[in-house]
Write a protein of this length. Sequence first.
Length: 255
Amino acid sequence: MYHSSREIQLGAALVEAADTLFEAFDTAAYLRRLSDHCVALLDASAAGIMLIEGGETVSFGVSSRRQELALDLLEVQHHGGPCLESYGSGEPVPPVAIRAAHASSRWPDFTERALRYDIGGTFAVPLRRDGTPLGALNVFVPEPVHPPPAPADGTTLFLAQTLADAAALGLANHRVLSQYRTLTSQLQEALSSRVRIEQAKGVLAERRRTGMDEAFIALRRYARSHRLPIDEVATAVITDSQDIAELGREHPGPA
């Protein structure tokens, strides 16, 4: 079966969008590559992705092609633009002519900035996962050489949304992986801390010839009186730090 170069490139873009489960993942590079795929697949001048959390922009990723243009047109959308509109509604913003949007006072700051470039139109699609909005993909298309432009058949918007959905899935998966790694690290540290405390209790019990409970009381009392984490005190006991040499000589009092 014959496959067009566009189909092959779309397949490669979707595979790349899904490949986020590795330690050296770089969000900025990931967003840039997806933006590059959008430019190539959609014959666009430039493209960019805006990630948003809690109503605040947290990251931009723009295409290598006309990078400054794309970044400028994303950054100017603080007070309104295709990205924020698509993010807020959770729906695509269909292709719109920049001059028409400017004439109708739609996104004034954005359209005024866009008119400084040879950008004829724009559209945006949301990045969403399980009903949660993550941001939006914004595509910028050139001024038509022979106006009026041909009416959109929906394919362009569909392709953009497909890439955005793949990106949302990849980003969500990476976020879950990062959360699991953080939790695993915290649990490992908690376990290691507990082991150190048990070791320190044994060392103190032997030095002071007391029971393990009394040794723990001494550890806790010293940590509280010196405003130190008990794990830090336990580590000092194990390493025989001179800073807490008196702990080995003290007798436990009330906890």
